[in-house]
Write a protein that binds this ligand. Structure first.
Ligand SMILES: Nc1ncnc2c1ncn2[C@@H]1O[C@H](COP(=O)(O)OP(=O)(O)OP(=O)(O)O)[C@@H](O)[C@H]1O
Length: 279
């Protein structure tokens, strides 16, 4: 009998929020084809904060998009909870994304003509579902948005806008939140705040978060870092510190990481608090 090979990401006692087997994504064809993901197996543990890191072009965003059903796969299978999403029709996939997944992007993606509260509840309004009032209250208070609810995005700072986007992602109490560089457009103080809220969402609200980032300091807020290189998960680390992540990133080809910008180096919880990224 062969010994089972451990799958990156591993389960928590809470089970699996998403998983992929043999996930392969190629762009283009023939000579110009790019293999963005190369037969990736991964388990995303429920109730945990998972960070995805790797050099530019390693496939981080593609992995996120395929796991979240935002992009089709070339081969392999993907599940959200127990639902296989590969093979779902567009309409079913749209409904699944709307009902079961929350998204945060680097560029906030708020509607400029709606105020903060309207932005937060928009996905539920579109779905024709009223929010759970007690949960929504808790999300708004956790994110410190109570006195900003009537403001439009242009009347909010970048950090406040991302907090609104975070509240929008949380409002329907999704099974899983995917965040693609959520701190990429924020100064380090606002970025730290947003990471703290994502951490709170996992620790205090029982949410599951998957975050793509370039920043070892941001990754240090997670429970587990998955390292991608050339479309494969090549390593993982539990309870990462910023130093350990930076060190691992240095091992990638050329030693170059895009961590040279302002780093969100001081985890609000755990880690050793040393600022990195300026190294
Ligand atoms: N729509 C597309 N068409 C063709 N190639 C693409 C497309 N999207 C991504 N790729 C290629 O797939 C590979 C993985 O891209 P991806 O955006 O997932 O990497 P990444 O790790 O998120 O990069 P970055 O850190 O720079 O955002 C890259 O080689 C990229 O050029």
């Amino acid at each position: 009998m062969s010994t089972p090979v451990p799958v990156p990401g591993r389960a928590s006692s809470g089970g699996i929020a998403a998983r992929a087997r043999g996930l392969t994504k190629a762009y283009g064809s023939g000579e110009t084809a790019v293999l963005a993901l190369d037969a990736v197996d991964v388990d995303i543990a429920r109730g945990r904060f998972t960070a995805v890191m790797g050099p530019s072009g390693s496939g981080k965003s593609t992995l996120m998009h395929c796991l979240a059903g935002l992009d089709t796969v070339s081969a392999g299978r993907v599940w959200i909870g127990d639902t296989e999403i590969t093979g779902l029709r567009d309409r079913e996939l749209t409904r699944l994304r709307r009902d079961r997944i929350g998204f945060m992007f680097q560029s906030f993606n708020l509607i400029p003509t709606l105020n903060a509260l309207e932005n937060i509840t928009l996905p539920m309004d579109i779905a024709g579902r009223g929010p759970d009032a007690a949960w929504l209250d808790q999300v708004i208070d956790t994110l410190g948005l109570r006195n900003r609810l009537t403001h439009r995005p242009s009347e909010l700072s970048g950090g406040q806008q991302q907090r609104v986007a975070c509240a929008r992602a949380l409002a329907s109490r999704p099974e899983l939140i995917f965040a693609d560089e959520p701190t990429g457009n924020l100064d380090s103080r606002a970025g730290l705040e947003v990471l703290g809220f994502l951490r709170d969402a996992v620790d205090n609200l029982g949410q599951t978060v998957v975050m793509v980032t370039h920043d070892p300091g941001a990754a240090a807020h997670s429970d587990l870092v998955l390292y991608l290189a050339d479309g494969r998960i090549v390593d993982e680390r539990e309870h990462p510190t910023a130093e350990a992540v930076l060190e691992r990133m240095r091992l990638f080809a050329g030693g170059a990481t895009r961590a040279a910008g302002p780093s969100l180096g001081t985890p609000l919880r755990g880690g050793d608090g040393t600022a990195v990224g300026e190294a």
